[in-house]
Write a protein that binds this ligand. Structure first.
Ligand code: ADP
Ligand code: MG
Length: 644
């Protein structure tokens, strides 16, 4: 069912939901809260410091709005909380100003200091607290959709859909799960912690069950491979394309290409994971494979996790294939309906040989003439699900998944079913090792000098912080603070920020400005895209480096050192020196991942969650690996019985 078919949702809201990655009623229902705020009324007369104070109260004074630094603001007002007069402050919620009116009852969540009788609120809800206890689901939102609206949309969707159990009854009974219909209702409208836990347990299992079922289904489909394909690949054409490249392929690139061409020519389907450290040159390998398919008259798709990466791949492909008759097109969610329609038509008519894009590639509207190969970049999970969604006149396509995050073979086998793994181990010639320093916060001056030198030479810098906003619970740096500090330190340069709470459009704009050198210093959380190529950036500074796993640090560091100029990476931390020192010595992603594994048990094998790699909505492959294995066994056992 389409979102447009729901009564209460207008076209404008549909667009906003699309921006959040929600395209269907099912997407909406499965748009799970990413966190739950448990609100339990506290007694203010305890006279205690509370980090998580919650109470309703009556507003006594009009709020005063003040701005400070750039883009920061603060609302302050007085409130009667349980007959005590307190001063309430909340940061960066200027939009609440007109809703906080004297006489109104509101609920305040935040930090209470009994000495000063002040509350620094992290959230304010514009109504009283029901029964003194509530669980509030918190969703990813965007400008134009509030928590309340999101909640309403989801409940409308829940009412108008029939939800069947994906988990077979037998397993529901075995594990004492509740029905999925009930679980979904609870997760979006939680009343108490016990039932919420049960609902989460059910839905998490369901998520992995559905996934593993698909892995199994694909394994069965893998048997059919179109034999016509095999004979038609034109090695000569491929060879001449490789000769036309502006650089010579590395030995590893050549050998993985040979290996994969054999896959294409063999009579079993290709399902291969190509691992290669950041900057090792996986993209061009993907291009060669896509071109090989084309010589056999098959279409290929390359799917990237973000719009910017998709555009970057597209522009690269246009440049490298300019002397061939390989027809390349771009499809992203942001394109106008008319442009998309044109692409759909050309695709089904076979007038496009290679389509590069985002998730838009697996939209229901896309049909292929004869899709032979699907390549996914840095977005492993789709390797499995997308193939089941691709509408294709020919048989199901070969699959190549590319990743810079090395994972152990056993993990790969569980997650992808039967997967072959190839690796590119060496970087292209001429690359200089990124020189890495671990620095204490007291040594910041030398770091700033490093940045200054790079900017002076016309190069750019990335500065990474773990947090977006100030959070009184920690003394970690945050993006907004750093922006302020860097603007003071680098007066003649442009400093911008990038973080996950910005809209996709805002993020794209900033990234593009950075790639086009309009920004000198980019201050960002770890959202800076895996895979993005801004070769002019030569300095990477990571604050509170101890907060990150080594593999994540390595990924972040991989954003620099992408040309032949010497690049630098500064890891700033007063803790955890020993572990961070590994980064000073080691530049090899595999070795770093191994070291991380030894030091931290599971380590940081899958990079950080934000990168989208291998993260499900509720589960996390790293954290829930044992459950995944159990689910795989359950799936195999269940379907074996079913086919008997
Ligand atoms: P990744 O494996 O991280 O996706 P990319 O494919 O983005 O790496 O390649 C990084 C950069 O290296 C690109 O600018 C690409 O053009 C360049 N490159 C790829 N292969 C070679 C090579 N054999 N010699 C020199 N440069 C190369
Ligand atoms: Mg890449």
């Amino acid at each position: 069912m389409k979102l447009e078919d729901l009564s209460k949702i207008g076209t404008k809201s549909v667009k906003l939901l699309n921006n959040l990655g929600i395209y269907s009623v099912d997407d909406l229902i499965r748009n799970y809260p990413y966190r739950f705020d448990v609100l339990k009324k506290r007694d203010i007369n305890d006279n205690r410091f509370y980090d998580n104070f919650v109470s309703d109260g009556v507003v006594l004074s009009d709020p005063v709005l003040s701005f400070f630094r750039k883009k920061m603001n603060r609302l302050t007002f007085r409130c009667n909380v349980q007959n005590k007069l307190v001063k309430v402050t909340i940061f960066n919620r200027a939009f609440l100003k007109n809703s906080i009116i004297p006489g109104k009852t509101i609920t305040i969540i935040g930090k209470y200091n009994p000495k000063t009788e002040t509350i620094t609120a992290s959230n304010i809800i514009l109504r009283d607290l029901l029964n003194g206890f509530e669980i509030i689901p918190i969703y990813h939102l965007c400008k134009g959709i509030s928590t309340k609206q999101m909640s309403n949309y989801i409940n409308t969707a829940l009412l108008s859909s029939k939800i069947k159990n994906n988990i077979p009854d037998e397993l529901i009974n075995k594990y004492d799960f509740i029905s999925e219909d009930e679980a979904l209702k609870i997760i979006h409208n939680p009343k108490d912690e016990i039932s919420l836990k049960k609902a989460l347990k059910t839905l998490k299992y369901e998520e992995l069950f559905t996934y593993m079922k698909n892995v199994r289904l694909l394994k069965q489909k893998n048997e059919e491979h179109n034999p016509l394909y095999i004979k038609k690949i034109d090695d000569e054409k491929i060879e001449s394309f490789i000769k036309s490249l502006p650089f010579e392929l590395t030995l590893d690139q050549k050998s993985v290409i040979t290996q994969m061409l054999q896959d294409l020519k063999s009579d079993t389907k290709m399902n291969r994971l190509l691992q290669g450290d950041v900057g090792s040159g996986k993209t061009v390998v993907a291009f060669v494979l896509a071109y090989a398919c084309y010589t056999a008259n098959y279409q290929s798709a390359l799917m990237a996790p973000t719009e910017i990466l998709a555009v970057q791949h597209y522009e690269n492909a246009l440049r490298l294939f300019k002397d061939t008759d390989f027809k390349i097109a771009l499809l992203t969610g942001k394109m106008k309906a008319k442009e998309k329609k044109e692409i759909y038509e050309k695709l089904i008519n076979g007038e496009i040989n290679f389509l590069i894009g985002t998730h838009a590639l697996i939209s229901d509207d896309v049909s292929w003439d004869n899709l032979g190969l699907v390549i996914t970049d840095e977005q492993h999970r789709f390797g499995v699900n997308q193939r089941l969604r691709l509408k294709n006149k020919s048989v199901s396509p070969d699959v190549l998944m590319m990743s810079a995050t090395p994972i152990p073979r056993t993990y790969a086998l569980t997650i992808y079913g039967d997967t072959d793994v190839s690796s590119i181990k060496n970087l292209p010639k001429g690359r200089k090792k990124v020189i890495t320093y671990v620095k204490k916060t007291s040594e910041l001056k030398s770091v700033l000098e490093g940045i200054y030198n790079a900017l002076k030479n016309g190069n750019q810098a990335y500065v990474i912080s773990a947090m977006i906003e100030e959070n009184e619970d920690t003394d970690y740096t945050n993006v907004y603070d750093l922006k302020h500090k860097f603007e003071l330190a680098f007066k003649n340069y442009s400093v911008e920020i990038l973080h996950g709470k910005m809209t996709p459009e805002e993020k794209d704009k900033i990234m593009n400005d950075y790639i086009n050198k309009k920004i000198n210093i980019l201050i960002s959380t770890t959202v800076i895209e895996v895979g993005i190529d801004a070769p002019n950036a030569t300095v990477m500074v990571i604050f509170d480096a101890d907060r990150f796993g080594l593999s994540t640090l390595h990924q972040l560091r991989g954003r620099v050192g992408r040309n032949n100029i010497q690049s630098y990476c500064y890891l700033i931390s007063d803790k955890d020196k020993e572990r961070l020192r590994i980064m000073e010595e080691e530049n090899d992603g595999y070795k770093i991942s191994e070291a991380d594994f030894k030091l931290r048990g599971q380590g940081d094998l899958f990079g950080n969650r934000q990168s989208g790699a291998l993260s499900f909505k509720l589960s996390d492959v790293r954290r829930d690996y044992d459950l995944l294995v159990k689910v795989r066994d359950d799936v195999n056992c269940y379907f074996k019985k079913e086919f008997q």
